[in-house]
Design a protein around this ligand. Structure first.
Ligand code: 5GP
Length: 115
């Protein structure tokens, strides 16, 4: 997998509004927010997309990402009102950056179905 801009954010070579970090995951505000709160939660290891995940192999990492999302939602005060978590996968899924990332969107009512 070729490196993406997110690897540079992990290494702090380019700036980002980091809202959470631990040994395994990093979370930062999306540069083009689609909601009042729009955070990307990424693993520090390079995984291109959801279809490269294996439930058993990556269970701990995915758990870390969900825990981070819940913590950020609580820190930002949207844990009671609710929020949306989503992965875009490849072209039809609308994926632009091929480093796995979980979108956390909140602070407004989300529409369904998504576009
Ligand atoms: P995707 O469409 O791949 O699911 O989402 C990629 C997201 O990364 C987009 O929402 C886009 O705005 C965001 N993004 C792309 N480049 C950067 C960047 O350099 N910094 C930050 N903070 N977000 C970025």
């Amino acid at each position: 997998m070729s490196e993406t801009i997110f690897s540079k954010i992990i290494r702090k070579e380019i700036p980002a509004d980091i809202v959470f970090e631990n040994e395994k995951v990093l979370a930062f505000s999306d540069i083009r927010p689609q909601a009042p709160i729009h955070v990307l939660i990424i693993p520090k290891i390079e995984i291109a997309t959801v279809s490269e995940l294996n439930g058993k192999l990556h269970a701990e990492l995915l758990g870390e990402m969900i825990d981070a999302a819940n913590k950020i939602a609580a820190d930002k005060g949207i844990d009671k009102s609710g929020f949306r978590l989503l992965f875009n996968c490849k072209d039809d899924g609308g994926q632009e950056v091929y480093h796995l990332h979980l979108h956390l969107l909140g602070g407004r009512k989300m529409n369904w179905p998504p576009g």
